[in-house]
Design a protein around this ligand. Sequence first.
Ligand code: ZN
Length: 205
Amino acid sequence: MTDQTSLHPADQALHRLLTGNRRFSAQQSIHPNQTLDRRLEIARAQKPLAMLLGCVDSRVPLEIIFDCGLGDLFVIRTAGQVIDRAVVGSLEFGVAELHIPLLVVLGHARCGAVIATIEAMDHNLEPEADIQALVDAIRPAVAIAETQPGDRIANSVRVNIELVIERLLSSPVLSNAIEKGNLKIVGAHYALETGVVEVYASSTS
Ligand SMILES: [Zn+2]
């Protein structure tokens, strides 16, 4: 057993998240930090352990799948984890103001946004209104995944996360925090049936 106190705060946070997810996937959630005491404790100031950028998919609610409670997670969810300036600004706020040491970009199996992008590309469809912006953002990941062996959707989901992380690194606030050792960014994947989160890319370990 590793002594958690000797780990980087980001690694401690990741360990807590994954421990919570193991409880959830094993149907042994303890629903921590949801009491009145906790609510009062954090009413004046928050100190979340991690930032999570996940998908809007109703099957991937982040506090539930990581068995966390109030004040634990700083959460942003967009379809396919697509980022825009508001998303990046929110993450920068989490780092600059709240000093959160870990960002997890979490994709998931059979992501509807990724599947819609694949369909739009295969059939030359023009999605309606601002859905187009989502498809355009995910398109480069699908194009790269097309050249890879294996499951096309799963590969697209993984490459999409890699590209999102790459784009996040162009934020000076985030990249400076990484350089100073104050932030780690990790990519991860959620399996719908098992409920298990697996970390599969760490750009900054
Ligand atoms: Zn999704």
